[in-house]
Ligand binder design. Structure first.
Ligand code: SAM
Length: 340
């Protein structure tokens, strides 16, 4: 089948697969405890796509042009035997890169087996190096050392290049940004700062808490001079810089201040098999129903191609063009469900 392009001429290249809606952290900006508490109805096992169903869909996506797959969640390492899924995806012709986004707390014991199964690389989320700030950003009692051990184990296993993502909230952890930059300078990991995004009423987002990437870049450049790196592929989400003194690279993900919708080549598959063509799309297309009604591979590929061809989303760009607002106007987006 001819690889589809959407209404804005964007090809389909990347697939983010959320393998679970559960997480062992309760980061207030993502899964606040008030919303995702004891009474929250997480998905039942039979609602989740099985590994066989995920792999079958991934094969159709690969046939339509997808070369990169990212496993996310929720916390993907909570899904049992994830290595088996990695192995199945690694066997799909056309997929040359399998990445995992994780909070790192369960990574130390799994890095080697994931690598052996065919995982290419990991991105670890880490919002502070200060124990107290880490615990309040993640609303957890788990120690920061667990995440750092996960990062070390991933490096030792050869899961590279390893990225570390820090979500920055003004007045909450922005004072930790330079410390993180200093820690990762000269190390093999690449630190990237993510602008705090509005995911709807659930995280009480306020524009005032967003630290624009340019402001952070200027602060880092003033301390350790930077020079830009030319992007090497369409759809790169981070603007990359290298330290002029040779201490490596650093990135900025400016989803709020300068959205990158025009080059977005990413589809997202939720844990229950809905295809979202944008993180902020409130409607997902139910591929699980098709799978379970007995659709053939051709039917599935045709449906995915139709959905992609009709895609016109540029939600973040459209929102940025609106006048500046103080509070959230989004319907609730569940990152854990769609896969942030
Ligand atoms: N549990 C995994 C993890 O922590 O990396 C994967 C899922 S998590 C939803 C994926 C990424 O989304 C994390 O880096 C997290 O920090 C980021 N994220 C969640 N909510 C966000 C928000 N409101 N703004 C910006 N990034 C957010």
């Amino acid at each position: 089948m001819t690889p589809p392009v959407d209404r804005l001429s964007r090809p389909l290249r990347d697939l983010r697969i959320s393998v679970t809606d559960r997480c062992n952290l309760r980061c207030p900006y993502c899964m606040p405890r008030e919303v995702f508490g004891r009474d929250h109805a997480f998905m039942a096992r039979e609602e989740l796509l099985s590994f066989e169903e995920i792999a079958r869909l991934a094969r159709q996506f690969a046939a339509l042009g997808v070369t990169k797959v990212r496993l996310t969640g929720g916390e993907p390492l909570l899904r049992r035997e994830l290595e088996r899924l990695v192995e199945m995806i690694a066997a799909i012709p056309g997929i040359d890169d399998i990445a995992l986004t994780t909070n790192g707390t369960l990574l130390a014991a799994r890095a080697g087996t994931l690598r052996d199964a065919g995982l290419s690389r990991v991105t670890v989320s880490l919002d502070a190096l200060d124990e107290q700030v880490f615990r309040s950003m993640s609303d957890t009692r788990l120690p920061l050392a667990r995440v750092l051990a996960g990062i070390d184990a991933a490096l030792a296993a050869g899961l590279a290049p390893l990225k570390v993502n820090m979500v920055v909230r003004r007045g909450v952890n922005d004072h930790c940004a330079l410390e993180l930059a200093e820690h990762f300078r000269g190390r093999p990991e690449t630190l990237r700062f993510i602008e705090y995004m509005d995911v709807g009423a659930s995280n009480g987002w306020r524009l005032a808490e967003v630290v624009p990437a340019a402001e952070l870049r200027d602060a880092i450049d003033a301390r350790w001079p930077l020079e830009p790196i030319v992007p090497d592929r369409l759809g790169e989400v981070a603007t990359r810089y290298r330290y002029r003194d040779g201490a490596g690279e650093i990135g900025f993900i400016h989803s709020v201040s300068a959205p990158f919708c025009s080059s977005c080549t990413r589809a997202r598959l939720s844990a229950d098999g809905r295809l979202h063509t944008c993180l902020f799309a409130t409607h997902g297309h139910d591929l699980r129903a098709l799978l379970r009604e007995g659709a053939s591979d051709d039917d599935l590929a045709r449906e995915i191609a139709l959905i992609w061809t009709a895609r016109g989303d540029r939600y973040s760009a459209a929102r940025a063009e609106q006048t500046t607002r103080r509070g959230s106007a989004h319907p609730r987006i569940e990152m854990s469900y769609i896969g942030g």
